[in-house]
Design a protein around this ligand. Structure first.
Ligand SMILES: NC(=O)C1=CN([C@@H]2O[C@H](COP(=O)(O)OP(=O)(O)OC[C@H]3O[C@@H](n4cnc5c(N)ncnc54)[C@H](OP(=O)(O)O)[C@@H]3O)[C@@H](O)[C@H]2O)C=CC1
Ligand SMILES: O=C(O)CCC(=O)C(=O)O
Ligand SMILES: [Mg+2]
Length: 432
């Protein structure tokens, strides 16, 4: 039986569990939620109503989520004088699947990100962010319907490990002296006034993320996995990520994938025509093409040739940038959902791509779509597809009726602007 230091036990519901890699979801699963800072409370209130209504309607009351509030961020600090109480981690470890609103991270000092801490503490190594278009959503590109990508962002390593030393500190002096004296580094341009950040990228971390991306591509009949990296400059971190990706695909998924590493080897031995032919044959056999793109050009090509991209596997920082940039193509950060998942332990936290949007806090105006769609991903993950489909239906109808929150309304002709809470209510009404 789980024991909490400060929290009361859930009043109702049963835990979700994992046996032999399969989730067991009772009809009344306990799902911990974190409301979030800034716009979080507005968004969460609307999202919870929508999720409950969809489940009630889909299963005639036979299923119901037993929501269990856990705390992080400002609400946790006000209540318990801690930013991330241990009980929150205990609850998510125990109940496996959770959902959260955004949490504030101060810039240039103060506490490190609680969002990142949750991912690292629970080892949620895959940040999965699907980017798809809903008909009628305003977009800055001509053919937004061509965008259908799923980003797999490595979620535990890279510069997010927080190994950073402040300029002028005793620590940074030690690190710089070590680099200069022990490692022969002579290219720190201004050693007296530099801060230093360290970027760990491992074979295990890269391969488990890329494995998750390839598994996803296989299960969802996707055509390609693109490894996005900056390996020309960061050879032993980002470049290694690419090499480990090809190695993994060839060693573990040789019968299901064809890599550009293989393409290059055939080309070197037999010429371009033979390599093209081998790739065409692999495609005809339904094999997934595992390829790569350097991050800077990838950011252009996702805009100019979106159909070249399907599943994307990338490192933490690249994935952070790509997520927001890609969301813009299909209506913006207001409807960009995500999930942080450990596919081995089954732990998962569903959360929006966006942050706390502090200037709108408490105004009940922002789009709750990202958290609602994160909830839809959660329902799908639980196998509650009927409830998920009702939310898609309600959302699509609300958009086609042009009754939308400010972010869409300002880009749509003839739209009626509604509040965050009203948008949630419309989705419920439009579920039919
Ligand atoms: N996972 C998490 O919890 C995340 C937390 N953060 C944190 O959030 C805080 C604020 O970060 P910031 O960089 O301003 O980024 P935000 O994503 O919070 O907001 C940036 C802009 O995006 C738009 N936006 C955000 N959310 C919505 C929404 N629900 N509906 C419609 N538009 C939306 C608004 O645009 P406009 O001004 O055009 O209306 C907003 O001003 C920081 O502390 C940051 O660290 C950031 C990202 C993720
Ligand atoms: O933790 C934060 O404050 C930012 C996180 C973020 O940008 C993201 O998850 O995409
Ligand atoms: Mg981000």
């Amino acid at each position: 039986m789980v024991e909490f230091k400060q929290y009361e036990l859930p009043k109702s519901g049963e835990p979700i569990s994992l046996t032999n890699g399969k989730l067991n979801v009772p009809n009344n699963p306990i799902v911990p939620f974190i409301e979030g800072d800034g716009t979080g409370p507005d968004i969460w209130a609307a999202s919870q109503r929508v999720l409950d209504a969809a489940v009630e309607k889909a299963y005639n009351g036979e299923r119901k989520i037993a929501w269990y509030e856990v705390y992080a961020g400002e609400k946790a600090f006000n209540k318990f004088n801690e930013w991330l109480p241990e009980d929150t981690l205990t609850a998510i470890k125990e109940y496996l699947i959770a959902i959260k609103g955004p949490l504030t991270t101060p810039i240039g000092g103060g506490i490190r990100s609680l969002n990142v801490a949750l991912r690292q503490e629970l080892d949620l190594y895959s940040c999965v962010r699907p980017v798809r278009y809903f008909q009628g959503v305003p977009s800055p590109v001509r053919r937004p319907e061509l965008v259908d990508m799923v980003i797999f962002r490595e979620n535990t390593e890279d510069i997010y490990a927080g190994i950073e030393y402040k300029a002028f500190s005793d620590e940074v002096k030690k690190v710089i002296e070590f680099l200069q004296n022990e490692m022969g580094v002579n290219k720190i341009r201004f050693p007296e006034s530099s801060g230093i950040g360290i970027k760990p990228v491992s074979e295990e971390g890269s391969k488990r993320l890329i494995r998750a991306a390839i598994e996803y591509a296989i299960q969802h009949n996707r055509k390609s996995v693109t490894l996005v990296h900056k390996g020309n400059i960061m050879k032993f971190t980002e470049g290694a990520f690419k090499n480990w990706g090809y190695e993994l695909a060839e060693q573990e998924y040789g019968d299901k994938t064809f890599t550009w590493g293989q393409y290059d080897r055939i080309k070197a031995e037999q010429g371009t025509e033979a390599a093209d032919k081998a790739q065409e044959e692999a495609q005809a056999q339904g094999k997934i093409i595992v390829k790569d793109a350097i991050a800077d050009i990838a950011l252009q090509q996702v805009l100019t040739r979106p159909t070249d991209f399907d599943v994307i596997a990338t490192l933490n920082l690249n994935g952070d940038y790509l997520s927001d940039a890609l969301a813009a193509q299909v209506g913006g950060i207001g409807i960009a959902p995500g999930a942080n998942i450990n596919y081995v332990t089954g732990h998962a936290i569903f959360e929006a791509t966006h942050g706390t949007a502090p200037k709108y806090a408490g105004l009940d105006v922002v789009n709750p779509g990202s958290v609602i769609l994160s909830g839809v991903l959660m329902l799908e993950h639980m196998g509650w597809n009927e409830a998920a489909d009702l939310i898609y239906k309600g959302l699509e109808k609300s958009i086609s009726d042009k009754t939308v929150t400010y972010d869409f309304a300002r880009l749509m002709d003839g739209a009626t602007k509604v509040k965050c809470s009203e948008f949630g209510d419309l989705i419920i009404k439009n579920m039919g």
